[in-house]
Ligand binder design. Structure first.
Ligand code: SAM
Length: 276
């Protein structure tokens, strides 16, 4: 019997392979190659330029951790901006918070939104919520040109290659800082502590030089390179490591818990060393 496999080359020397049942969709958009695969172990999988973005089976880890940590840190998150995140998974988690009044998604590639709506409704359904405004635009340009201020800005980007490269720079974080309220929080996905050490170091240095509070936390995501993923927070007022999480409202989640909120900031020595 023929065996079909998908392989992502995670680094020059490491590959991740999983068996697939079939290919549901492939296309080349103006920005990237988009594919939706049906895998055996992880269910449907969104792949951009050969890189796993999300899967039905493990999406909850990434989407819950990029959302609930900053939203529970803020006393009353009302206006949220997501840059990237066209699959809608982050939006789905944001809307679980009762304080949220509006969410804006700024995604450069309209086709990611459309393909996710068609093939991944389990993740993308929240994109149709009336509180959500979708803006098809480059996040870098958007941040420079808007007058609105947000309580939380989430950078839910692809890897720092092509259009996402500028989403990992000092200038971008500095412009985001200006578009946050006085109690605002920035959160960015910052890749693998095994494979992206220099990136993590630079991002943390930049965010620490712009925000009075900078913290990094970790989560285990099986389909992302090395399985260990980092997120970096820049905060103007609230320290995510000292907020009284137990006093907060409850939400439905599968990975995030109030105890995980505190424990995810406890870092292994080799990760701590990147932040000095
Ligand atoms: N969870 C994912 C991960 O870490 O692999 C990220 C998912 S989401 C699909 C990433 C999105 O960022 C993509 O749809 C991509 O089109 C979008 N993106 C990349 N560069 C962008 C930019 N400059 N402005 C707005 N969106 C951008």
């Amino acid at each position: 019997m023929i065996e079909l496999n998908f392989t992502e080359k995670q680094t020059k020397n490491v590959s991740f392979t999983c068996k697939i049942k079939r290919t549901l969709h492939t296309e080349k958009s103006s920005f990237q190659e988009i594919a939706v695969l049906e895998t055996i172990e992880f269910g449907k999988m969104l792949v951009l330029d050969g890189t796993v973005q999300t899967t039905i089976e493990d999406e909850f880890v990434y989407h819950e951790m990029i959302t609930h940590v900053p939203l529970y840190t803020h006393a009353e998150p009302k206006r949220i901006l997501v840059i990237g995140g066209g699959d809608g998974g982050t939006i789905k988690e944001i809307l679980k918070h009762p304080t949220v009044e509006s969410v804006e998604l700024v995604e450069i590639d309209e086709r990611v939104v459309q393909v996710s709506k068609k093939y991944l409704p389990e993740i993308s359904y929240a994109l149709n919520d009336p509180r959500v405004k979708i803006n098809i635009r480059d996040g870098i340009e958007h941040i420079k040109n808007i007058n609105t201020k947000y309580d939380i800005i989430i950078i839910d980007s692809t890897d720092p290659i092509g259009p996402a490269e500028g989403l990992f720079t000092y200038d971008f974080y500095s412009n985001i800082n200006k578009k946050l309220t006085d109690t605002g929080i920035l959160i960015a996905q910052t890749e693998s502590p095994f494979f992206n050490k220099e990136l993590i170091k630079n991002v943390f240095k930049n965010i620490s030089s712009i925000f009075p509070i900078a913290k990094l936390y970790l989560a285990n995501i099986p389909t992302y390179p090395s399985g260990l993923w980092s997120f970096t927070i820049g905060s103007k007022k609230y320290d995510p490591t000292v907020v009284n999480i137990s006093a907060k409202y409850d939400i439905n989640s599968k990975y995030y818990t109030k105890k995980i909120h505190n424990s995810c900031f406890v870092l292994p020595e080799f990760v701590k060393e990147l932040l000095i």
